[in-house]
Design a protein around this ligand. Structure first.
Ligand SMILES: Nc1nc2c(ncn2[C@@H]2O[C@H](COP(=O)(O)OP(=O)(O)OP(=O)(O)O)[C@@H](O)[C@H]2O)c(=O)[nH]1
Ligand SMILES: [Mg+2]
Length: 453
């Protein structure tokens, strides 16, 4: 943890670049107040201002007024970064903002902030842990209400709390082992190995739950990839158009109309669905069709959900079923029987029976897709959800080390090995919340933020 007062003072625009009603310039660091005083003329000096007050005045260059502004004052440690901070609200002109920033930089020891540097300072000053800092960036970039909720959940510390709890449990177990090691000659067993085992198993099962939440976490972060596949002419593109409520893909009664993969996004109840209309899976020798089929396969490989569309003429071929299984063995697949308006082959049935022409059965289909996306409500707003691949990686590492710890115990290796496995598991958990996270990883995380955050 860095000591307050040793940091540079930084400045950046906090609002989006471009024209707006208001723009906000942010400063943080020990020189913030003095720096603003060099360019600000108001009733009082900013350095004499009480914390959490707002001051009206002018930013001046010599005798010229650059803009009239509001200056908000935050004193350490009660600010976003934990340092002395200032927010200057100006008229929303990029020219004014540029002018003020360069005036401050030129007249004081303030420098331009790097991407994510404000949040990095908040993290380093203990205002938030690493999962929360990461949630800030994700929250800002959220595009659906579900992801907003998911990252809010992370920012509120649900994941951190869970990880801290597991880490504490682990430390408790480790401390018994370490104690035993201190009394090694006396061959004392402070706790029974079965008890240690139970403790490890409890932690393991909680880690398992967190790991399995990642499939939903991915939905929160990236949305759901839905591949629409099936034989030619069954109405795949018609279904896409219907869901999009626009005539996006060409529809015709000529088999093989769609040759390329068409990707479009829709939001259903706050969930982001990325729909891929495909050329259909079939064997072809024609060069463009072949490429089209290859792209369809690719769509299936990365799909979270496959809508296997058939119609009342062709049904659902075993060849395609088999191919889907080969391409993506774990993907959820639902069969959608289209053209039920034709009333032929009424013995045929899919998981959903629809007619794009008449709009029948589509609501049920959409509800069904939504249910699959929600994973039957397995996660609530109060559940810690892993949304981040880095967290997933650390949890996997912790799991692996705990499994090793169990093996070590079974094979009756010395307590030192067990202690070392437990320590590794513990530091993997600590890495999630940023307690032992290498500088390199931190830099990587914060470099993905925008400037001014
Ligand atoms: N009767 C009936 N015809 C439909 C329905 N949905 C689509 N069609 C017709 O089926 C034909 C094929 O529709 P498309 O949407 O192009 O089918 P596709 O699966 O995308 O076909 P390809 O791109 O060639 O693989 C068109 O003539 C559509 O008008 C339906 O619900 N009922
Ligand atoms: Mg098509």
């Amino acid at each position: 943890m860095k000591i307050q007062g040793k940091e540079d003072t930084i400045i950046a625009i906090a609002t989006p670049p471009g024209v707006g009603a208001i723009a906000v310039i942010r400063l943080s660091g020990p020189q913030s107040f003095d720096a603003v005083d060099t360019v600000f003329s108001g009733k009082i000096k900013i350095k004499d201002a009480k914390p959490h007050t707002i001051h009206y005045g002018n930013i001046i260059q010599g005798v010229a007024i650059v803009d009239d502004v509001l200056v908000s004052v935050f004193r350490a440690p009660n600010s976003y970064t934990g340092e002395d901070s200032i927010e200057i609200s100006t008229h929303g002109s990029p020219l004014i903002v540029q002018k003020i920033i360069s005036l401050v930089v030129n007249s004081s020891a303030v420098r331009l902030a790097e991407p994510g540097e404000f949040t990095k300072r908040a993290f380093l000053n203990g205002k938030m842990d690493l999962t929360q800092a990461e949630a800030v960036a994700d929250l800002i970039n959220s595009r659906t209400t579900i992801s907003l909720r998911g990252f809010r959940n992370q920012l509120d510390g649900l994941l951190s709390a869970k990880v801290k709890f597991l880490r504490k449990k682990l430390i408790d177990i480790s401390s018994y082992i370490e104690l035993e090691l201190d009394f090694a000659e006396e061959d004392i067993e402070f706790v029974k190995r079965t008890q240690i085992f139970e403790g490890i198993d409890e932690i393991l099962s909680e880690i398992e739950i967190l790991l399995s939440s990642y499939s939903f976490g991915k939905v929160i972060r990236d949305g759901i990839n839905v591949a629409i596949v099936g034989e030619p002419n069954v109405g795949k593109s018609s279904l896409l158009n219907y869901l999009l409520k626009e005539s996006r893909a060409i529809v015709s009664d000529i088999p093989g109309t769609t040759r390329d993969t068409i990707r479009e996004e829709i939001s259903i109840d706050g969930f982001l669905f990325r729909l891929y209309d495909t050329a259909g899976l079939r064997i072809s020798e024609e060069i463009i069709e072949k490429e089209g089929v290859e792209r369809s396969r690719e769509a299936v490989r990365k799909a979270d959900l496959v809508l296997f569309v058939g119609d009342t003429n062709v049904g659902f071929s075993d060849a395609i079923r088999k191919e889907l299984l080969e391409l993506n063995p774990t993907v959820k697949t639902v069969t959608v029987l289209n053209k039920i308006d034709l009333n032929i082959n009424i013995a045929l049935s899919g998981d959903f029976n629809i007619s794009v022409f008449r709009g029948t059965g589509i609501n049920e289909l959409v509800e069904g897709i939504k249910k699959i996306a929600l994973q039957e409500g397995a996660y609530t707003e109060k559940t810690a959800i892993v949304t981040n691949i880095r967290h997933y990686g650390c949890l996997s590492k912790a799991k692996e080390n705990l499994l090793n710890a169990k093996k070590t115990t079974i094979s009756k290796l010395s307590g030192e090995f067990l202690a070392s496995d437990l320590r590794l598991a513990e530091s993997a958990l600590a890495e999630i919340i940023g307690e032992v996270t290498p500088e390199e990883i931190l830099n990587n995380i914060f470099s993905k933020f925008c400037i001014g955050k």
